[in-house]
Design a binder for this molecule. Structure first.
Ligand SMILES: [Ca+2]
Ligand SMILES: [Ca+2]
Ligand SMILES: [Ca+2]
Ligand SMILES: [Ca+2]
Length: 195
């Protein structure tokens, strides 16, 4: 990482913002997060009172509170693209050689990665299957073909499974890598990167 935000990182952040803004109203709010959890749980047939559904809803609230606390600079309950980029740009501009990865960002990343893994690993056995990943993609409006193609790229040992720690690494790579070839870049769907 450098002290500058690369174009690739900027493109990825803008892509991620659009992805998280599920209802497409131009801001990220709690409703966007809630909708994804509802879609995932409905697809899995988990009723409102299902143990894992309740767990996900709780984790989702925690994630939202953390995100709102760090990213919603004016505290109006919505994260705008400007707020989103400002937080990440500031975090990326801390020189990791001197200060290590920015503490706010590394905390946010860990919580975010953990949450996505909880959503992906439906039975909590520490493994994510292709089906889990396709379902997750559907909730974020990523096409099944793209999800399947990406999964096969990620599944480097071809056993049809991603371990949760592999998934966490891919998610962190998505946020942090400046390498255009990094696998994690397509974890949240293929996006057009124009150099
Ligand atoms: Ca929204
Ligand atoms: Ca705001
Ligand atoms: Ca699993
Ligand atoms: Ca594997």
């Amino acid at each position: 990482m450098s002290t500058e935000v690369s174009e690739l990182q900027k493109e990825k952040l803008i892509h991620m913002f659009g992805l998280l803004d599920i209802d497409g109203n131009g801001v990220i709010e709690y409703d966007d997060f809630r909708m994804v959890v509802d879609v995932m749980c409905d697809e899995r047939g988990w009723s409102r009172g299902h143990r894992r559904r309740l767990g996900l809803v709780r984790a989702n609230k925690r994630l939202w509170n953390m995100m709102a606390g760090k990213l919603d600079a004016d505290g109006d309950g919505e994260i705008t693209l400007a707020e989103w980029l400002t937080f990440h740009f500031n975090a990326f501009c801390v020189d990791p050689d001197i200060e290590g990865i920015d503490r706010n960002l590394s905390y946010a990343l860990n919580v975010t990665a953990k949450f996505f893994c909880d959503m992906l690993d439906s039975d909590g056995d520490g493994q994510v299957t292709e089906k889990d990943y396709v379902l997750f993609g559907e909730a974020y409006q990523i096409s099944e073909a793209d999800s399947r193609e990406a999964f096969h790229l990620f599944d480097t040992n071809n056993d049809g499974i991603l371990q949760v720690n592999e998934v966490e690494d891919l998610i962190k790579e998505f946020y942090l890598s400046e390498d255009e070839q990094a696998l994690g870049n397509v974890f949240f769907g293929v996006f057009d990167f124009v150099d």
